[in-house]
Ligand binder design. Structure first.
Ligand code: ZN
Length: 306
């Protein structure tokens, strides 16, 4: 019987890892909380006031008097008709792989694979810098021709260790990354604070984009509820850092065609947890990523650039 339970638990854990980012206990009633052997449930499962919908998180109604669902007349970044760079390899454009991370810490309090150690993070950044890669963000598109080897590093959920552990490394290696914020969780005990977000945004090294307002499973929400998640999150980020987000990362990768259609009213780019190497002219509303886990060695990381 015990063995059966262990096997079932292992299968659930594998399923959780495969299906996308699994936020830690504390975000929502996540299945992950039952799978982890040693998180500190007392700390994480009792939601602090900041972690539940709170009136203080409401965006000011005066931020955008007319929240147009279409911030841009061009919902997708069309390729420039003139392609002159020798780095172009075809009409899909340059390879611009998007890597997916979550926490950067050796203090593992949730699903272990979601915590990349700062030492490994640094080794990866050092490799990228030493080999001529440029960290780009969605604001850099269309990419200028002199960026020969673009790469995107993305961090889901907006954990506080992204400031404490990752940010100093970004400063050291002068590398730009993207963090997807769950705006209702900003300031929660394991999440970035407003001050940290502003400081990172002002450094020019971090682009803050949306991971929705409350991290729901979007396919279980109707179109109006989805819109609310998208627009509220966009308004809060815009109010905080003065820049409207253009990209949305689906919570746990969950989406379907109608979710994507509604998201495209607000965002030019949507990111999945599907594995793949994106190129700059590929579908901006179905961006695959490459997962980097705690056990991803530098050798395994480098293989993605072969
Ligand atoms: Zn997430």
């Amino acid at each position: 019987m015990k063995r059966l339970i262990r096997v079932a638990g292992s299968l659930l854990l594998i399923a959780a890892l495969l299906c996308g980012c699994v936020p830690p206990p504390g975000e929502t009633a996540e299945p992950s909380s039952t799978l982890e052997p040693s998180p500190s449930p007392t700390e994480e499962t009792s939601p602090s006031p900041e972690l539940s919908p709170s009136p203080t998180e409401e965006p000011s109604p005066s931020v955008e008097p007319s929240p147009s669902p279409e911030p841009s007349p061009e919902p997708s970044p069309e390729p420039s008709p003139v392609i002159t760079s020798p780095a172009f390899t075809g009409d899909r454009g340059r390879k611009a792989p998007v890597f997916m991370y979550h926490a950067v810490s050796d203090n593992v309090w949730g699903l272990e694979q979601l915590f990349v150690s700062p030492a490994r993070m640094e080794a990866q950044l050092e490799y990228l810098r030493d080999n001529g890669y440029t960290g780009v963000t969605f604001e850099d598109f269309p990419l200028s021709a002199d960026i020969e080897k673009p790469v995107m590093l993305t961090f889901d959920d907006g954990y506080r260790d992204n400031y404490e552990e990752l940010f100093p490394l970004l400063q050291k290696y002068e590398f730009k990354v993207t963090i997807f914020l769950i705006t209702n969780f900003i300031g929660g005990n394991i999440y970035l604070t407003e001050e940290q977000i502003v400081e990172m945004a002002e450094s020019g090294l971090v682009s803050f984009q949306s991971h929705t307002h409350t991290h729901p499973d979007l396919i279980t929400r109707n179109a109006d509820q989805q819109r609310e998640e998208y627009t509220k999150s966009a308004e809060i980020i815009a109010e905080l850092i003065g820049k409207t987000p253009v990209a949305l990362c689906y919570p746990v990768g969950s989406h379907n065609d109608s979710v994507t259609a509604v998201a495209s009213e607000t965002y030019q780019y949507t990111l999945t947890t599907k594995h793949g190497y994106w190129r700059e002219f590929d579908d901006p509303l179905n961006i695959p990523r490459v997962r980097v886990n705690r056990d991803t060695s530098l050798t395994a990381f480098i293989k993605h650039f072969g």
